[in-house]
Design a protein around this ligand. Structure first.
Ligand code: NI
Length: 256
């Protein structure tokens, strides 16, 4: 690969899309251009799997948490289990947590409760949060302004103004494949304008595959296409984008 030091701050390698070749793929990427990956939990089970990956690979880290879409399937003691898992030495964040009004699998009040409790857990454990916000920008931002946790808004899809509100409280903005999508103007506008010291790169793989591979399965190596697009928008090199974003990730997630 022509780039090095890619740090993917948001991946789901526990997804069944990777059942056929998961470890071959991870072995190959981690031996070439990818130097770090955070696998994010959405349920207790996927949080445990994220930790198992982090135990297998020195360059992988885990985030543990209950995703708003999964809250209804979880048992009553799920947050207790997340708290226990969060004490593992390779857990670097509580996530992914947040609000999702696109789907209505989970009632809004339940989503809010899970979101708030997990923010408070993160603050108690001095961990950052990885936040999922889908069609819930206002409520998400209000919650974050209320508690001011450290963290990142992953796969950011809001406006330049919303990004500013978040970076003003020290939040990071996670950008992925959507900055390359021709029908999504906002992520590219945000990529062009945010302070570079607030930028994180991510895949959300297997989803959000950047152009020119849109529609196919995503993986951490494809971050180069997101980095190239951001580089073009900023007038710097893709390697510079990768290096700045890796430095930011290590700082936020307290990785040596
Ligand atoms: Ni995700």
């Amino acid at each position: 690969m022509m780039y090095s030091g890619i740090f993917d701050t948001h991946a789901h390698y526990d997804d069944e899309c990777f059942d056929e070749d998961r470890f071959e793929l991870l072995d190959e990427m981690l031996a070439s251009g990818v130097s770090g990956i955070i696998n994010c939990g959405c349920t207790v089970k996927s949080s445990e799997t994220s930790i198992a990956f982090a135990e297998k690979y020195s360059q992988m880290y885990a985030a543990v948490g209950i995703h708003p879409q999964n809250a209804t399937e979880e048992s009553a003691d799920a947050l207790q289990k997340i708290e226990e898992l969060a004490r593992h030495e390779k857990v670097v964040a509580i996530g992914e947590i947040g609000l999702d009004y696109h789907y209505d699998y989970t009632p809004k009040d339940m989503q809010t409760q899970y979101f708030e409790k997990q923010i408070l857990l993160a603050k108690r454990l001095d961990l950052p949060v990885i936040v999922h916000d889908r069609e819930a920008h206002q409520d998400c931002v209000e919650m974050l302004l209320k508690h001011k946790p450290r963290g990142v808004m992953h796969c950011f899809s809001g406006s330049v103004e919303t990004a500013k509100q978040l970076t003003d409280i020290g939040f990071y903005i996670g950008l992925g494949g959507s900055v390359t999508f021709k029908n999504a103007k906002k992520p590219a506008e945000v990529a062009a304008s945010i302070d570079l010291d607030r930028l994180l790169l991510e895949t959300d793989c297997p989803y959000m595959t950047p152009v020119p591979f849109r529609g196919r399965r995503n993986n951490s190596a494809l971050i180069i296409h997101t980095a190239e697009k951001i580089a073009e928008l900023r007038g710097i090199t893709a390697q510079e984008v990768i290096d700045v974003a890796r430095g930011n990730a290590k700082k936020l997630f307290n990785i040596k």
